[in-house]
Design a protein around this ligand. Structure first.
Ligand code: GLV
Ligand code: MN
Ligand code: MN
Length: 416
């Protein structure tokens, strides 16, 4: 059936609405209306408590993995893994970018619980364990590396590197974890957790406007993800000499803000030249005084594209144009989701459109680690994301819940 023409999954819709309303105030900044839900903060603790509460009210067993990601299980995933039929996992993340939207992450977690409610109300008997995952620190907003929870879980990032990452105040990830009650000495690739995951499906708000654009061939409230663009983050450390902004002659200044301006401008030019996208979204200025010439400007570049060579060439070209070193902070190769699973998901959803995305996801990290993984995207009418304006209509969110119901019905029955 094309997206949405299935009978309405009311119990799941009602619980979706309740959970959505409960989460709405958590970490919301009253001034901007955006969300500030950063890893290992008090907001993060509130979100984790909420997740554990929702799992408990459904009788799920909650496990925190070595890294601090949360897993809520129905059924025994260890016994199932030992029998060669590991679990089906739904989920996403609850953290946000600075002043992010409500949907990026929470939509996937809330929809997973809501889908389970529908299945329970319908008396559906799971043929394999069902997990709901909440990955930590997906956005990397605090420590700089996106998908930190899934990278540490799979070993794509070493514990040495991850725990030593620092936030803007110089607090290490290890210190932040410890303060939040998670033992950093436990952090590392977690094979026990990974063994439990037979298939992972992440539902996410669309972060583009293919489904919302009447002129685009992809139509409907829900699409299936096919691949994730290669993407990376680089830092330029631009040094100068601190001095008085009023008394220093122009010719005597060593002002690194001029170099930062060049990086920003030339990033756009390089992206255009090499057919990719790039932006400088974050600066750190020392000493950051309006009447002081800076001593240092750190400039963070995010660059992505369909072709990894083009992205890397754009960054190298930028670095040589501005005469500065581009320090690579993270790189993620292209991810192609499991092709038979993509086809199956699309067919299950009545021929739902299949879309590639430029956004990074924990699903991509799991797929690269060899876990059969798929994604569903829920229509975002404007395509705006990483912004308080990010939006999805309630009917489309409900269609996303229905889509997950169908996916679980199909994938959790077969291996019984
Ligand atoms: C995460 O949302 C990213 O694409 O950076
Ligand atoms: Mn995001
Ligand atoms: Mn996300």
């Amino acid at each position: 059936m094309p997206n949405g023409s299935r009978p309405v999954a009311q119990p799941g819709h009602e619980s979706f609405d309740r959970m959505w309303a409960e989460l709405a105030p958590v970490g919301r900044h009253p001034g901007t209306g955006g969300y500030r839900r950063f890893a290992w903060t008090s907001q993060d603790a509130t979100l984790r408590e909420w997740f554990v509460g929702e799992a408990s009210r459904r009788g799920l067993d909650v496990v925190t993995d070595r890294v601090g990601n949360l897993w809520a299980w129905r059924g025994d995933p260890d016994a199932a893994a030992a029998a060669g039929a590991p679990g089906l996992v739904l989920g996403s993340h609850l953290d946000s970018v600075p002043d992010g939207g409500a949907f990026d992450g929470p939509l996937g977690v809330v929809s997973a619980f809501a889908a389970l409610d529908h299945l329970d109300a319908a008396g559906f008997a799971l043929g394999r364990p069902l997990g709901i995952a909440c990955f930590g620190d997906e956005e990397g907003a605090r420590f700089g590396v996106a998908c930190a929870g899934s990278r540490l879980l799979t070993g794509a990032m070493t514990s040495e590197r991850g725990l030593a990452l620092t936030d803007a105040d110089g607090t290490t990830m290890a210190e932040a974890m410890r303060a939040a009650g998670h033992d950093p000495s436990a952090v590392g690739r977690d094979d026990e957790t990974l063994r439990r995951v037979g298939t992972f499906i992440e539902l996410h708000v669309e972060q583009g406007r293919a489904l919302g654009d009447p002129g685009h061939p992809a139509q409907g409230p829900v699409a299936v993800g096919s691949s994730i663009w290669p993407h990376g983050r680089w830092r330029f450390d631009l040094a100068g000499r601190a001095d008085h902004a009023g008394t220093t002659k122009l010719e005597d200044r060593d002002d690194p803000m001029l170099a930062a301006a060049a990086v920003i401008q030339q990033a756009r030019a390089a992206a255009q030249r090499f057919g990719c996208v790039a932006t400088v979204g974050k600066l750190r200025v020392l000493p950051n005084g309006v009447n002081a010439i800076p001593s240092l400007v750190q400039t963070w570049l995010d660059a992505r594209g369909a072709d990894a060579h083009a992205v890397r060439n754009a960054v190298s070209h930028l670095a040589s144009t501005v005469g500065q070193a581009a320090i690579e902070e993270s790189w993620t190769d292209a991810t192609d989701f499991d092709a038979p699973l993509v086809g199956r998901l699309s067919a299950l959803l009545g021929g739902a459109p299949v879309l590639a995305t430029g956004a990074g996801h924990d699903a991509g990290i799991l797929a690269s680690a060899g876990v059969p993984t798929g994604m569903l995207f829920v229509r975002n009418p404007t395509g705006i994301s990483h912004s308080p304006e990010e939006h999805a209509e309630t009917d489309d969110c409900h269609a996303g819940v229905d889509a997950l119901v169908r996916v679980v019905e199909a994938l959790a029955e077969e291996d019984a």
